[in-house]
Design a protein around this ligand. Structure first.
Ligand code: ATP
Length: 324
């Protein structure tokens, strides 16, 4: 449905996006991730036709997407874009804001659709509240309902949950992504949140300084990251010398804190460490320890004391698959 071929766009000669290619199938969900300033928003805006590309092409449903120099109204009727900052109307109600984006010809159908969308965004009880009286996160939910109103075939969302508190976020994103799958709406969303991409993306595109540094399904990227930059987007990660755990190996390897085992005594291939700090994380403790000037993070179910000594062992078979 969408083909992006070697596109580049630079902001007045500065960093933007460079040489990006990928395609998206109908009903597929793609997450764009990467550190702040890596080009996520720029890429979404290119796809929506807000910029004139310096190189490459974008086709949506076999039609070429053109920038403002060739097409004054950006995008395509079946493509919707939600920017980081919403554009909702403050002095009208939530319902009116949604209905503004529905066809005006079928009032009864509009009522039904409006109720359905209010349910998806979890704002039924605010249907008649003026938008100016809503919180930032609630306004963001109204903006989401607006882009869903006409059931686009492709939705472009720029950090759609960034103003929404963690308490509401889990329910809301399950509701939104289930709705998109049910309605067969493809989606590309920029995010910083690993839970968004692990649970809801079919595919992940990792950007760094405007370029693609990894692409794949989230499980594969998480379990076999090819660089520390990729692994660190998912979780805290250690890059450690491989020789610490196997003298025959050169280079370094990546290991997540939950993959290291803490023991009081040496078992097989461990390194001796001393605990420096133990941080409570709700379900476990994240500990910081040191070995040969290198800081290592690892997890334990119970709190460890500063100065405590022990051994960190690697779970079986991990080392060779994580060499970088
Ligand atoms: N209108 C602009 N003019 C000049 N430079 C810009 C413009 N918009 C973005 N940039 C630059 O392009 C780069 C990519 O910006 P972009 O907003 O796409 O990043 P991002 O990954 O979406 O960041 P964030 O996660 O902070 O939203 C940044 O270095 C930014 O400063």
């Amino acid at each position: 449905m969408l083909q992006i071929q070697q596109i580049s766009y630079l902001h007045r000669g500065n960093l933007g996006v460079q040489n990006i290619s990928f395609s998206l199938q109908a009903n597929q969900h793609l997450a764009i991730i990467g550190p702040s300033g890596c080009g996520k928003s720029t890429l979404l805006k290119c796809i929506y036709g807000l910029f004139d590309l310096h190189q490459g092409s974008i086709h949506f449903k076999a039609e070429r997407v053109l920038g403002p120099a060739y097409n004054l109204v950006p995008g395509h009727p079946q493509m919707k874009y939600l920017a980081q900052y919403d554009n909702v109307m403050p002095y009208t109600s939530v319902s009116e804001n949604i209905k503004e984006h529905l066809s005006r010809q079928h009032p009864e159908e509009n009522e039904r659709r409006c109720l359905e969308l209010l349910r998806v965004i979890g704002l039924e009880e605010f249907a008649h509240t003026q938008v100016k009286n809503l919180s930032g996160g609630q306004r963001q939910r109204v903006a989401l309902a607006q882009v869903l109103a006409k059931a686009p075939q492709l939705l472009l969302l720029d950090e759609p949950f960034n103003f929404i508190d963690n308490f509401k976020k889990n329910t809301l994103r399950r509701s939104i992504f289930n709705y998109l799958k049910k309605e067969k709406i493809a989606c590309i969303f920029a995010t910083h949140d690993r839970d968004d991409m692990l649970a809801f993306a079919d595919e992940v595109l990792v950007l760094e300084k405007g370029k693609t540094i990894a692409q794949g399904n989230p499980k594969t990227l998480f379990e076999n990251p090819k660089s520390k930059a990729v692994a660190a987007l998912f979780y805290e990660v250690n890059e450690l010398p491989a020789s610490w755990f196997n003298e025959a190996l050169k280079g370094s390897f990546l290991v997540y804190p939950f993959e290291l085992e803490w023991h009081r005594q040496k078992q097989k291939n461990g390194v001796a460490v001393q605990v420096e700090q133990s941080f409570y994380q709700g379900t476990h403790f994240l500990n910081q320890a040191r070995y040969q000037d290198e800081i290592i993070f690892f997890e334990t179910p119970k709190q460890l004391q500063t100065g405590e000594k022990g051994w960190l062992e690697l779970k079986d078979d991990l080392l060779e698959s994580r060499l970088i």
